[in-house]
Each structure stands twice: as C-alpha cells, then as structure tokens.
Design a protein around this ligand. Structure first.
Ligand code: COA
Length: 248
C-alpha cells in the first residue's frame, strides 16, 4: 500500500494501525481522508494476516475534531459537499470489516470522530478525551451513522441528549454511559491499546470474526433469529475445525 495524504497505515505482525494524520486541523475528516480510509479499510478487509486494527489520531490535541469545516464553508456548497461524501459509503465499509477494530481516543472526539469510533468494536479513551456531536449547531444531521450507532451503544435517552444538545461530555461521563469501554491515563493510552490488540490477536481469528458477526448482526435481529445466527456460526466454526457438533 502506498503512502497516504491524510493517514498512516502500519502493520506490525498481525496488528494493523491506522493513524488519522492531519494534526494541524485536529485530524478533521475531509474528502481526501474519506478516500484514503476507503483504500485502507478495503486492504484490511482483504488481508487475512491482519487480526485486529487500532485507529488513533496524530498529535496531542485530538483523535478527530469532526468533519473538516473548511470544506463546508467553501465551494462546493455544504449540500454538495455532503452529497459527495454520501457517494462513497465509507461508514458502511467500516461496519463490514470482519476483524475486530479498536478506537484509541484522546483529546477532542467530535462529530465524525465519535462516529468513526462507533464503527469500531471497542473504544479505549485517555482521561483527557472529550466527546460531542456539534452537528446540531451547524444545522446538519450526523451522517456517518451516528444517529443509529450511538443509541445502540448508549441507549436512546443519552444518544438523544447528545445529538439534540450538542453538549460535550468528558471521559468519565463517556465511560459511565457506556460510550467507551475503558478510560486510562493519557501517557499509557497506546501501550494499553496495543496490549488489548495483542491479546485479541492471540486468539483464533475465526472465533474473533464469529463473535463480531454474532453480536453486530445479532443486535438487529429478534432474539430467536439471533440465537439461530449464534448456532449457525458455532456450527460453522466447529465444521471449519473439523469437529462434529452433536453436543451443541
Ligand atoms: N475542520 C477544520 N479545521 C479544524 C477543525 C475542523 N472540524 N477543528 C479544528 N480545526 C483547526 C482550527 O481551525 C485550527 O487551525 P489553525 O491553527 O489554522 O487556526 C486548528 O485546527 C486548531 O484548532 P483550534 O480551534 O485552534 O483549537 P482549540 O483547542 O482552540 O479548539 C475545538 C478545539 C475542537 C474546540 C475547536 O477547534 C472546534 O470547535 N472545532 C470545530 C469542531 C466542529 O464543529 N466540528 C465539526 C463537527 S460536524
């Protein structure tokens, strides 16, 4: 994979690491980043060597301060700028990645930044992280899945409050509401995230993919359908391991 304008992609053994790399703009999400992410996500999806991927932000101040406002304020006008974004469904692609994804969050995690983190399977935050969905202040709707992914994680009440008020919450409140899995000291954020990734990468990758599929797809199914999905995945795993499944 070649170099990217807005991202760094590194692979260490079985662990991939994507760094949003526009620190001068607090890693704001622009059209180029959308294109770069599309390339990286496809490469990750098709690379069986990669067992888990970390997503982090470059610089001291932010994981990502949301959509790039300079693209909103210049030609093409905001509506066209948004339409261009919709043309490539990077968020659908994100959610279709079979491997476990971990968001490593520090500083500002706003707008598309939160939405990107919500496309990941786990979120580890440093104690300086701040979360918010400022779209309402700009007169737009979050369109990177946030209205759907956030309530699935934190419940309708908290999601509606964040989406309707635009209020920023700190790492402690994010943890209390289930938005992030862990809050750790900033100095240890990357080390702890890497350890978590190593642990996940040490397990059978097929099991990890099945766990992800069972939960991710199951959440949108009825309990009966979800149990059926779980059973099918369990049988599939046993078959691929050459075992029979009479005991299940
Ligand atoms: N798009 C484009 N550039 C952005 C940006 C964004 N979303 N967020 C920050 N930047 C740029 C700033 O313009 C500034 O650039 P400059 O140094 O050339 O002036 C640089 O990043 C640093 O940001 P700054 O505002 O100076 O940092 P701060 O610590 O004072 O404030 C924020 C940080 C996040 C509170 C503030 O930058 C902000 O409100 N950003 C916009 C958040 C937003 O509305 N995102 C859109 C969501 S849809």
């Amino acid at each position: 994979m070649g170099a990217f304008e807005t991202l760094i992609y590194e692979k260490e053994g079985t662990i991939g690491c994507v760094t949003l790399n526009r620190p001068q703009s607090l890693n704001a999400y622009n059209i180029q980043m959308r294109d770069d992410l599309s390339v990286v996500l496809r490469a990750v999806r098709d690379d069986d060597e990669v067992r888990v991927v970390l997503f982090k932000g470059a610089g001291e101040k932010a994981f990502c301060a949301g959509a790039d406002l300079t693209e909103f304020l210049t030609a093409p006008p905001p509506v066209s700028a948004r339409r261009i974004r919709f043309d490539r469904d990077v968020w659908g692609l994100f959610l279709s990645i079979p491997q476990p994804l971990i968001a490593v969050l520090h500083g500002y995690v706003l707008g598309s930044g939160i939405e990107m983190a919500l496309c990941c399977d786990m979120r580890i935050a440093s104690d300086d992280a701040h979360f918010g969905l400022p779209e309402v202040e700009l007169g737009i709707l979050p369109a990177a899945g946030g209205t759907q992914t956030l309530p699935r994680l934190v419940g309708q009440g908290k999601a509606l409050e964040m989406l309707m008020s635009g209020r920023r919450i700190n790492a402690q409140e994010a943890w209390e509401s289930g938005l992030v899995n862990r809050v750790v000291p900033k100095s240890r954020l990357l080390e702890i995230a890497k350890k978590t990734a190593e642990k996940i990468a040490s397990y059978d990758p097929d099991v990890m993919r099945c766990v992800k599929q069972a939960v991710r797809r199951g959440i949108d199914l009825s309990l009966t359908e979800g149990l059926d999905l779980e059973k099918r995945l369990a049988h599939q795993l046993l078959r691929s391991n050459g075992l029979n499944h009479e005991h299940t």
